[in-house]
Design a protein around this ligand. Structure first.
Ligand SMILES: [Ca+2]
Length: 234
């Protein structure tokens, strides 16, 4: 691969990409952060074919499988209560041996489908669940969250603390990306800046824009900042 002539970044030149360091102290001091809430899938309402499977590596020793073929076969978390309306992080623990679609619906909103990467081998083969975190706005009080057309689900964790998500690298390519991907690798790169803008960056995150690609639009980083030892790299 030859050296790119412009300032756009290359996946293969990761060590050279520390162009901008955001350090905005104080923004992440959220004294009202709530403790994580854990909801085991096996304690949720199961409909249709959804059924409990036992496995010692799953949280609580159980998980839910056969969540396919539409909304009739679902895992419904009926009683997710949050103290105030706002954005919260949802981390789903799941098992999938291949990239899989996952669909959820929050309260009466339109359902959302995205792709999650393979978690590894199956639970009975000794595999541990994969974790996938996304952000969703909750109403004050009780919320309902339903998953269907999804891989095996072990549990979900609801958190208001941005630090609950571990720092990650995100990849964006306007030529080879797909906004249905999760942005976790060059092969799973997002296509548009909208996906980046929808992300709540946490300290230690990195954003890699593919060399030679052109990105139209505006990169918005609002109320997101790094820490002295964990900057956000772009
Ligand atoms: Ca479980």
């Amino acid at each position: 691969m030859h050296e790119p002539l412009n300032m756009l970044l290359s996946f293969s030149h990761i060590k050279k990409v520390c162009l901008i360091i955001f350090f905005i102290p104080g923004l992440l001091n959220n004294s009202s952060a709530q403790a994580d809430q854990v909801f085991e899938a096996e304690a949720a309402v199961l409909t249709g074919t959804a059924i409990i499977a036992n496995c010692s590596n799953a949280s609580g020793g159980q998980m839910i499988k056969d969540i396919s073929n539409g909304v009739a076969n679902a895992v419904l978390f009926k009683d997710i209560s949050v103290p105030q309306a706002g954005d919260y992080f949802i981390t789903v623990s799941y098992y999938a041996t291949n990239q899989r679609k996952m669909t959820y619906q929050m309260n009466d909103k339109v359902a959302t489908t995205f792709s999650v990467p393979a978690s590894g081998v199956w639970c009975y083969q000794g595999g541990v669940p994969g974790d996938y975190t996304f952000q969703e706005s909750f109403g004050e009080g009780v919320n309902e969250l339903i998953f269907y057309d999804s891989p095996i689900i072990d549990k979900i964790v609801i958190s208001s603390d941005t630090a609950a998500r571990q720092s990650s690298a995100f990849y964006i390519s306007s030529t080879t990306g797909n906004d249905d991907f999760n942005g976790s690798s060059p092969a799973m790169a997002w296509r548009t800046l909208e996906k980046v803008n929808a992300l709540s960056l946490v300290p230690g995150d990195s954003l890699f824009f593919k060399a030679g690609d052109t990105f139209v639009g505006k990169l918005e980083i609002v109320n997101e900042g790094g820490l002295p030892d964990k900057p956000i790299l772009i």
